[in-house]
Design a binder for this molecule. Structure first.
Ligand SMILES: Nc1ncnc2c1ncn2[C@@H]1O[C@H](COP(=O)(O)OP(=O)(O)O)[C@@H](O)[C@H]1O
Ligand SMILES: [Mg+2]
Length: 281
């Protein structure tokens, strides 16, 4: 099973073909089990926090039952009154689930393990692929950027993310199996694009976990750029210990270690992808 990722939605009114909603990377499940994720959550949380720092109003939707984006932003999944599970299965308004986090302009729609049941419970549900899109439509204009952090499998939760997004952002790890599973993700994006959501497109590929000490990382980066050209962001996210430590403190890297290489890289990425925030009167 491939592994899909983090999607972004921007309000229709402000949507440009090169900006929008997005979903991240793909990887072979077998490798996931051995190696952990590809960097979807890390990218959603830290790109989101850096864009919020620039002045964008950012909503991160945690769509992974593991709730890593939620805990990584300091939200305790056990104390939630409502979560994305209630939004998707019990028609709780998105606004009721959204929490402010300790970063200005940054908001979170959290998830906890309840969401694991959604994958099954959604199967017989009415309009099961469109639940997230419908929930987002009520809050869409309240945010400049909506990021959806996807679970590691391509089930109904991910299909909901793809149906709700207009852009897909894929992090690619600068390692030997970098492109493994990517074909499957692209086919799924294509399927959703043709059947559920004509706006959807792969908008950005971000090279992550780049280790400048290895030739392999540079070779992979070159190969990905040859293959995907301008879709690949100029900004490359380095592999750093600080980036992996920040979530256990419930903080994005921009707060946890504000001058670190990881923080600088995610700020560059936010400037590259999101640009300046809209001016507000
Ligand atoms: N640039 C990086 N440098 C170091 N560790 C990273 C980096 N990006 C992610 N990680 C770590 O790798 C693991 C998987 O990342 P994560 O973002 O959770 O992946 P996914 O959401 O795709 O499963 C986590 O432990 C995370 O802290
Ligand atoms: Mg994750």
């Amino acid at each position: 099973m491939p592994d899909a990722g983090c999607c972004r939605v921007v309000p229709q009114s402000r949507w440009r073909p090169d900006r929008g909603a997005r979903l991240d990377g793909v990887r072979d499940q077998r490798r996931d089990n051995q190696k952990g994720g590809v960097g979807k959550t890390t990218t959603a949380v830290n790109f989101g926090a850096a864009a919020a720092e620039l002045g964008h109003r950012v909503l991160i939707i945690d769509l992974d039952p593991q709730g890593n984006a939620s805990t990584g932003l300091g939200i305790n999944p056990r104390t939630l009154e409502s979560s994305m599970y209630d939004v998707l299965l019990h028609d709780v308004p998105m606004d009721d689930a959204i929490e402010a986090v300790a970063v200005r302009n940054l908001f979170l729609a959290p998830a906890n393990l309840d969401l694991a049941g959604a994958e099954i419970e959604l199967v017989p549900a009415f309009s099961r692929e469109m639940r997230l899109k419908n929930a987002i439509s009520k809050v869409r204009d309240d945010y400049d950027i909506i990021l959806i952090d996807c679970p590691p499998s391509l089930g109904l939760l991910t299909v909901n993310a793809l149906a709700a997004a207009n852009e897909v952002l894929v992090p690619i790890q600068c390692e030997y199996y970098a492109l493994e599973g990517l074909g499957q993700l692209l086919r799924n994006v294509d399927l959703v694009q043709r059947n559920l959501n004509a706006e959807l497109h792969l908008s950005h590929i971000v090279l992550v976990m780049f280790d400048a000490r290895t030739n392999l990382a540079s070779q992979v980066a070159t190969e990905v750029r040859e293959h995907f050209g301008d879709l690949v962001c100029q900004t490359v996210i380095p592999r750093t210990v600080r980036l992996s430590e920040a979530p256990s403190f419930g903080q994005p890297i921009t707060v946890f270690d504000t001058a670190s290489r990881g923080a600088l890289a995610y700020r560059d990425l936010a400037r590259e992808i999101a640009g300046d925030p809209p001016s507000r009167a």
